[in-house]
Design a protein around this ligand. Structure first.
Ligand code: COA
Length: 336
């Protein structure tokens, strides 16, 4: 037993843009086919922002839903964490901007952290630390990305994968003594960070020698190596997270993985020996929405009746950094 304050996962929300881009639509941009994309990735379509819409609009919508599900007042929130790898602006931060739009009092901390597609799990670990140690009681996490704004739409190896979306989550000090986080683990290896990278377009001071190369601001990825990394590292890591939770794999009701590639999801499923009804996948309709993919899959899974609440789930994420992480959590009734 420790003296940490137990953590309640109180609410989730998600939001995706209206605009759908199908695999067939992509054939207008380069030589590809629905069959090529679907068989290698499990993706049929993705959503993208259009016009003035950005991840901030999606994040705001998701945050409002999570707050409503959590049954809290916005002014109960005492910290906001943005988990954004592709926000529309570096600053002001996504978290502070959305906080202001929610009408939250202006003195609470709001900051963005980047762990790319593992962002939600990293943010959960940070929020958990704050709550356990009584620094903050109610933390709003917003994972919102407009990947389409940093996608190289001439590169058929990457632009088939990504989509836009947002997920939000409210975590707070538990009022009934039950801790909803049974285990959580996060990791990174910068030595293989170049496998997925996006440089910020920049310049040198005009009075000095210019840099050899200027970043395009677009995603550059070694798809084959990322795939190999994911199928070798992540399934074993998920098992370690489960072990840490004190539950067995069979005792956990659902696997809710980051939605990067259906074949990667299946490699984790195989390792855990889970039947299809325990595995949540909606990559077919949204592609890879970075840190938002887990809450989108969770909320949609509940909406569609695939996930019954009052259950447990193992979450796992991986992505640029390289970063990866996993968590075993309780899914209380009414959280989404
Ligand atoms: N349509 C048709 N052909 C395509 C194509 C497309 N969209 N994209 C690539 N190709 C071609 C390539 O040009 C190559 O042709 P070549 O052999 O004549 O050179 C061939 O198909 C194989 O390309 P390759 O990149 O080796 O394909 P792949 O089997 O590795 O599949 C991914 C590509 C991106 C689907 C796969 O590597 C993947 O999913 N990786 C993981 C990426 C990921 O999940 N990233 C996010 C992590 S958070």
């Amino acid at each position: 037993m420790n003296n940490f304050t137990p953590v309640k996962i109180a609410g989730f929300g998600y939001s995706v843009p209206e605009t759908v881009i199908t695999n067939d639509d992509l054939t207008k941009l380069y030589e590809t086919s629905d069959e090529w994309i679907y068989t290698r990735t499990g993706i049929k379509e993705r959503r993208v922002v259009s016009g003035n819409e950005t991840a901030i609009d999606l994040g705001l919508d998701a945050a409002k839903k999570a707050i409503e599900k959590a049954g809290i007042d916005v002014n109960d929130i005492d910290c906001i964490i943005g988990a954004a790898s592709a926000p529309p602006q570096l600053y002001p931060t996504l978290s502070a901007t959305i906080g202001a739009k929610l009408g939250i009092k202006d003195t609470i901390p709001a900051f963005d952290m980047t762990a790319a597609c593992t962002g939600l799990i990293y943010a959960m670990q940070v929020a958990r630390g704050f709550i356990q140690s009584d620094i903050y009681k109610t933390v709003l996490i917003i994972a919102a990305d407009n990947n389409s704004k940093i996608t190289d739409w001439t590169d058929r190896g990457t632009s088939i994968l990504f989509g836009d979306g947002a997920g939000a989550m409210v975590m707070c000090a538990s009022d009934d003594g039950v801790d909803d986080i049974l285990s959580i683990k996060i990791s990174a290896n910068g030595a293989i960070g170049n496998l997925i990278r996006t440089g910020v377009p920049s310049q040198c001071c005009p009075l000095v020698q210019p840099a050899d190369e200027v970043a395009s601001g677009k995603i550059i990825m070694d798809g084959k190596e990322v795939y190999k990394f994911a199928v070798t590292t992540v399934p074993k890591y998920v098992e370690e997270c489960i072990e840490l939770s004190g539950l067995s794999a069979e005792e956990i009701d659902y696997l809710i993985p980051h939605q990067a590639n259906q074949r990667i999801i299946e490699s984790i499923q195989k390792r855990l020996k889970y039947s299809d009804d325990k595995v949540v996948s909606n990559i077919k309709y949204y592609g890879n929405t970075s840190a938002a993919s887990i809450p989108i899959a969770l909320c949609e899974g509940v909406e569609k009746g695939k996930i019954k609440l009052g259950s447990t789930a193992v979450l796992c994420g991986f992505g640029a950094g390289m970063t990866w992480g996993g968590a075993v959590i309780r899914l209380r009734e009414g959280i989404c």
